[in-house]
Design a protein around this ligand. Structure first.
Ligand SMILES: C[S@@+](CC[C@H](N)C(=O)[O-])C[C@H]1O[C@@H](n2cnc3c(N)ncnc32)[C@H](O)[C@@H]1O
Length: 348
């Protein structure tokens, strides 16, 4: 592939418009919302930046082909026409997925199997060998997505969902996905409030996702800096020099913001980011997670019931994800928490 790459980025439901703006700001071109995601074109550096810096995307794909396939055999024949040796290392590992709805391919396993057959047959014919199949963290992850008989074949540059930032090893009770939390913060105007050094509070913080994402935004810390694995690392067109340059740039920006904020600690204008929860285990998880995300010196966690939460000194954003009572016997407790939240917000 030469020139700009055709990319597709998937987003959590309801966040595609924010992803459009984010990808435009990262330098992508022809950015358009499409279904649950965004299509655009980008050079390799921008594609890497999207994987490293997007706070909203679930995954970033390179589109390899689009075709009509009436049957699984037709999927196999069309998939064989893709120049696989340009993308996939025959000595590496491979996983394939089939998603969407197709009138003749009713089992996603079967669709994935035919895609895998096409890739492996081409590589064996052209290279004399084929990649091993590995479900977890393969060198190459290829998706076929069907909308009726229209099929898109995509190479997954992210490899695993970008909501996995690498800081959360333990969840706690119903943790919110990191990219959904970041999307809600962006929608709430937190990036501007953080620049104005306003306060942030999550009084039901659980494992601290909102607090940590709010701190990463305030500290201009790219969400992917803590990840060890990306799908593009095993791609035949991966360029380590460009990737290192993109990564070094993001590290330098995070270091500069950290220095700025550290200096501000001793003066008045520091952004204050706090979380509390009544559960001591949740607070222990949140503290561990913040340490791994390298934002621990900028956030404060406290074990405290909602009813004891005090009003912040300044203005800012309160953003929280209350328990919603999944099980029937949790519902009255959830109702009680909502009543308390109403009282605390109204009275303080
Ligand atoms: C849905 S979870 C929040 C998950 C969090 N957003 C995360 O990503 O981990 C709700 C949290 O509210 C806390 N909680 C419920 N009632 C509370 C109360 N009255 N006071 C303080 N915390 C409470 C629970 O301990 C739980 O951690």
């Amino acid at each position: 592939m030469t020139g700009d790459l055709p990319l597709f980025a998937s987003a959590p439901r309801g966040f595609a418009d924010l992803l459009v703006r984010e990808l435009e700001s990262l330098g992508a071109r022809d950015v358009k919302e499409q279904g649950a995601g965004v299509r655009c074109t980008a050079d390799l550096a921008t594609a890497y930046r999207a994987c490293l810096e997007s706070r909203i995307a679930n995954r970033i794909f390179v589109e390899l082909a689009r075709f009509e396939a009436e049957t699984a055999d037709s999927l196999y024949r069309h998939a064989r026409e893709i120049p696989w040796p340009d993308h996939i290392n025959e000595l590496g590992t491979l996983a394939c997925e089939f998603t969407g709805r197709h009138p003749a391919i009713n089992h996603s396993h079967y669709g994935a199997l035919r895609l895998k057959d096409a890739i492996c047959d081409v590589l064996r014919e052209e290279k004399g060998t084929r990649p091993d199949i590995q479900a977890e963290r393969p060198d190459s992850l290829v998706h076929a997505h069907a909308q009726g008989t229209r099929v898109m074949v995509l190479l997954d540059l992210s490899g695993e969902s970008l909501h996995r930032r690498g800081y959360r090893t333990r969840g706690g009770e119903a943790p919110i996905k990191e990219n959904v939390a970041a999307g809600i913060l962006m929608r709430s105007g937190w990036p501007t409030l953080a620049q104005e050094s306003r306060e942030f509070l999550d009084p039901l913080c659980g494992s601290g996702t909102f607090v940590i994402e709010a701190a990463m935004i305030a500290l201009d810390r790219a969400p992917g800096l803590g990840r060890e694995y990306f799908g593009f690392l095993g791609w035949m067109q991966h360029d380590a020099k460009i990737w290192n340059h993109v990564r070094d740039g993001a590290e330098a920006r995070a270091a500069a913001a950290l220095e700025r904020e550290t200096l501000a600690v001793s003066s008045a204008g520091r952004v204050r980011i706090r979380g509390s929860d009544r559960d001591s285990r949740a607070i222990a998880h949140a503290t561990d997670n913040a340490r791994r995300a390298l934002v621990d010196s900028f956030v404060e966690f406290e074990q405290k019931p909602l009813i004891d939460v005090e009003a912040p000194q300044g203005t800012g954003l309160l953003c929280t994800n209350p328990p919603y009572g999944v099980r029937l016997d949790d519902q009255e407790t959830a109702r009680q928490t909502f009543r308390e939240l109403g009282t605390v917000l109204r009275e303080r």
